[in-house]
Ligand binder design. Sequence first.
Ligand code: C2G
Length: 130
Amino acid sequence: MKRVITYGTFDLLHYGHINLLRRAKALGDYLVVALSTDEFNWNAKQKKCYFSYEKRKQLLEAIRYVDLVIPEESWEQKKTDIKEYHIDTFVIGDDWAGKFDFLKESCEVVYLPRTPEVSTTQIKKDLENK
Ligand code: C2G
């Protein structure tokens, strides 16, 4: 059983997120998604989510590619998560390319191309300009 993990905010869930989750799951048999909590989003990423952690978790758990959703509360938890969940592969979009290479001592690290034309930021901007 090959176990994969990815991390993110996944606010205003869109097909770019789904493309990432589909390809992440295709790298193994079991996909863990570490979902940024509201506090982590604000304190670490200055992101104010439209949907709360609970709502974003509910959405992710409804996706066929996702097997488990856990909270992401700090930048430092990745190594512990990889051990605790017996992870073989860490995967994330290539907007993070190189940023998590330190995890290579713990597991395989894969950066997948982002879906270029869609983002939560752009969705919010487009809606404001409607
Ligand atoms: N993503 C993508 N294509 C898009 C938008 C997002 O492939 N058009 C991917 C991102 O690269 C990331 C995942 O979807 O792998 C989640 O994106 P965000 O919610 O923006 O995640 P981010 O805020 O980058 O959080 O510790 C890591 C951070 O928590 C990552």
